[in-house]
Design a protein around this ligand. Structure first.
Ligand SMILES: [Mn+2]
Length: 257
C-alpha cells in the first residue's frame, strides 16, 4: 500500500448496497481517507434484486453513494460497471420503472446518472498492459441462460449468510466450482484476453478475491464487501496489488501481480 491509503487506481466490486450482508461501515472507513485518480466500480455495487425481495435501504448505504459522488467532485474519474445485481443499468426501461417508484430509487438513480457507466471498460496499466474490466456474470452460463436459477441460488445464499458465515462461504464456493466446471469460466477468460489482445482480465462477481498468472494472460478478482472486504489497486509505480481490510480495519496486502 502507498502511504495514507493513496493509489493511482482503485477497483471495487460486489458491495451489494441494499442487502443486509453489506459491510458498509468498513467500506465507509476505507473510502473516508481514500486518495486516487481513478475509481472503477466493477459491478453489483447496488443490489436491486435484494431490495426487490426484501426491501432494505439504510442511510449508511446512501452515504456510500455520496462518497462516490464526493470523490468525483474532487476530480477522481469514477466509472461504474453494471453487474447482474445492478443490471437495471443495462436496460433503460427497467431503470425507468424503478425510477418511477419514488424513493429511494429516485435519489439512487439520480446519483448514478452523475457517474459514467458501461458494461465494460478497457484499462491501460502502465506496467502490465491492457486489461478488460467487466463484472464477470457474462461468463457464467447459469446466470446468463437461466436467470431464475441464479436468482434462487442468490436467495439461498442471502439467507444463509445471516445464519452461518463459514457454511455459506463453503456452499457458495462449492456452487461456483460446479458452475465454473460446467461453463469453463477460465477458458472463457483466456479466450476473451486472446480475442481482444488483453494482457489480463479483471472482474468481480464470484466474491473470491484473487490474482492469478497464466502463461499468456492474468486474471484479477476484486472480491467483495460482504465477506472479504477487498480491492484491487494500482500504485503510482504501476504495480497492481490485492488488498483487504482486516478485522481490526487495517489495510493489508494479500497478493501482487
Ligand atoms: Mn455478480
Amino acid at each position: 500500500m502507498d502511504q495514507n491509503n493513496q493509489y493511482k487506481s482503485v477497483f471495487l466490486s460486489d458491495i451489494h448496497l441494499g442487502f443486509g450482508g453489506c459491510q458498509s461501515d468498513k467500506l465507509d472507513l476505507f473510502l473516508s481517507d481514500l486518495k486516487c485518480k481513478e475509481l472503477y466500480l466493477v459491478g453489483d455495487i447496488i443490489d436491486f434484486w435484494a431490495m426487490e425481495d426484501n426491501f432494505y435501504w439504510p442511510d449508511t448505504h446512501t452515504k456510500i453513494i455520496d462518497r462516490f459522488i464526493d470523490l468525483k467532485e474532487q476530480g477522481v474519474d469514477v466509472k461504474y460497471i453494471s453487474g447482474n445485481h445492478d443490471d437495471p443499468l443495462r436496460e433503460d426501461k427497467i431503470l425507468e420503472d424503478l425510477y418511477n417508484r419514488g424513493e429511494p430509487y429516485h435519489t439512487i438513480i439520480n446519483q448514478l446518472d452523475r457517474l459514467d457507466h458501461s458494461e465494460q471498460y478497457d484499462f491501460m496499466s502502465k506496467k502490465h498492459g491492457k486489461i478488460l474490466l467487466i463484472h464477470g456474470d457474462q461468463y457464467d452460463s447459469v446466470t446468463s441462460n437461466a436467470k431464475w436459477i441464479s436468482k434462487l441460488g442468490g436467495l439461498i445464499y442471502d439467507g444463509l449468510i445471516h445464519i452461518n458465515r463459514p457454511l455459506s462461504k463453503r456452499l457458495k464456493a462449492l456452487t461456483k466450482r460446479l458452475v465454473d466446471g460446467a461453463s469453463g469460466f477460465h477458458r472463457k477468460v483466456k479466450n476473451e484476453c486472446h480475442k481482444g489482445a488483453y494482457a489480463g482480465l479483471m472482474c468481480g462477481h464470484n466474491h473470491r478475491p484473487e490474482i492469478k498468472k497464466f502463461e499468456n494472460h492474468f486474471y484479477l478478482n476484486t472480491g467483495d464487501w460482504v465477506e472479504s472486504c477487498s480491492a484491487i489497486v494500482e500504485l503510482s509505480d504501476g504495480s497492481i496489488q490485492l488488498i483487504k481490510m482486516d478485522n481490526d480495519n487495517n489495510i493489508i496486502k494479500v497478493a501482487e501481480l
